[in-house]
Each structure stands twice: as structure tokens, then as C-alpha cells.
Design a protein around this ligand. Sequence first.
Ligand code: NAD
Length: 315
Amino acid sequence: AMKNVLITGCSSGIGLAIAARLAKDDQKRFKVYATMRNLAKQDDLLKAAEEHVGKTLEIKQLDVCSEESIRNCVNSIPDRRVEILVSNAGMGLIGPIECQTIEEMQNVMDTNFFGLVRLLKEILPDMKKKKSGHIVIISSVMGIQGILFNDVYAASKFAVEGFCESLAIQALKFKLHLSLIEPGPVITEFERKVYEDGMKMDLSGADKETAEMFTNVYLKNYKSIFQSLGQTAEDVAEHTMKIILSDNPPFRHQTNTLYTPMTTLKYADPNGDLPIDTFYKMVFQHDKIFNASLNFIKLLRWRSKKSFDLGKNHS
Ligand code: NAD
């Protein structure tokens, strides 16, 4: 029988890619309920998977900021049966906190953190009753480690990770699986929106040094970080599908091996200074070394892509 998968935030990016990938599964193992806040934005998903609509794919409205919309969506699924939940909807926010309003920050927490909480309040009781289910959460490497000028976004993903770490212990008792997918930079609308908002940001609330740091250091390097380290949404979808199909899915999964050395720094130093010093040096002291390491990463990326392609040919 097909497993019902409910995915949030499917009008673009990673959510769209996961919905399309699972709907296209050759073995037809999934019935995908691809949801989005605004159904008027379904064209890109249709472009990617229109031939599957009514078969392995249904498109539904769901706003993670509205309990009513979540309840209506789940009630519209036969027997409310959701075997796999992919909590993906989310938003970014960059810049100095002096230039952000509390309302903007609350909006990020409401979407990224309370969005997940609302979904689980609706779906978890059913899963517990059945003693089966898999909850997959698109978190971020920023759920492990903060980055300059991503203060509130990182806080929202830390909230997600802490919440899931606590819940995972209870879930085990009910034989439920919980998996946090932690991508590094992914080239999606997200990155474009966040960058454009950053460029438009009114920096008059910040002192000159902070404003310059944001424009001349952070925004200046932003594009090159995504270009050298960035993954595609399809790549993240491929990882997510493997986690969903795994008999014994891990609690945490990073999708970007080029990024793992950074997160490893956190685990290497219980005092917590090592990753902070390293980021500081990368950003403020060694602009040249920073560029050199980006070039090195590009080389690694090219090499690993080559061996990945080779591996594919042999299988
Ligand atoms: P995206 O902007 O393309 O996708 C986010 C989706 O969430 C959009 O379709 C948006 O409409 C939707 N959304 C926002 N608020 C919503 C709401 N209230 N209800 C329902 N849907 C809502 O960006 P993406 O990169 O595909 O992001 C997907 C997830 O991946 C997010 O949780 C993000 O934090 C995470 N992530 C992204 C990156 C990256 O670099 N792009 C890296 C790590 C993690």
C-alpha cells in the first residue's frame, strides 16, 4: 500500500523538490499531499509533476501559521492517515538585530518553530495511537551552529532542534521515528529572497561599523558562499527520500559533506570557543584565506561530483 506523506511549503524550493521526487517514485510507494499556503502558487509544482496529480500527488492548502488550516487539511485526507510528515515550510531573516522589528522576528519564530509545533499537535496524537509514523523536519546546519547576522533564524532552528530532541525520547516509546534533515546552503528562492531583503534593509538603526560589516563583509560574501558550497533542492530531496526509506532512520542527517568540517568544530570543543574563533577569523581576519578556502572547496566539490557521477555509471 502507498504511504501517505504530508509535506508543507511545496510551492518552491526543497518542499517542491521532495514532493516531486516522492510522487515520481518508480515503485509508487508514496501518496504525496503537497501543501502550500497559497494555492495560486502551484504552477512550478505542476510543471515538475503535473502527470502525477490525482495518482501519487494531491495539492492542498495549508498555512503552518494557522491551526484551522492545518486541521482542515488533515481532515480532508482519507481517515486522516498521515504516515510520514515532512515539516519543511520556513523563512529566513538576516541583518543586524537593531534593524529588525520584534514583529519580523516573531514572524520567523512563528513560521519556523511554532509552525512545526502546530503540525505536531494535529498529527502526533494519531501517530501515537497507531504506534507508527515518521516525522521528518527540514532543519538546517544553523540548527547546530549560529552564523554572523543570522541570529534570529539560527534561534528558530535551535528551537526546532531542542524541541525535537526532547520529543524524540517520547517518540521512541511509541515506536515513532523523528529525523532532522540539516542542509547547508541550498540554492532556492529562500536564498534570493533573503539576499534581496538584506540589500533593501534600512540600516539607519545600526551604528556605522555594524552597517558596514553587514554590507561589505556579509552581503559581499553571501553569493560566493552559495555558489561554492550550495546544493540544489533536488539533491536535498534525494537525501530526504533516502532517510524516509531507511529502516532505521537517523535522528540527524546533514546533507552537505562540504559543510560537516564546520559543524564538527562545535563538537570538538566543549567550551564552544573553537567554532566562534574560526568563524571570526574567516570573516574578519583572513579575507584572502577565506577566498582561498572557497576555491579549495570548489575543487573538492568538482572532484566529489565527478566520483559521484562515476559511481552512478557503475550501479
Ligand atoms: P523557499 O523559500 O523556496 O521555500 C520555503 C517555502 O515555505 C515557500 O514555498 C514558502 O511559501 C513556504 N512558507 C513560508 N511560510 C509558510 C506558511 N506560513 N505556511 C506554509 N508555507 C509557508 O526556501 P527553501 O530553501 O526551499 O526552504 C525550505 C526549508 O529549508 C526551510 O525550512 C528552510 O529554513 C530550510 N533550509 C533552507 C536552506 C537554504 O539555504 N535555502 C538551508 C537550510 C535549511
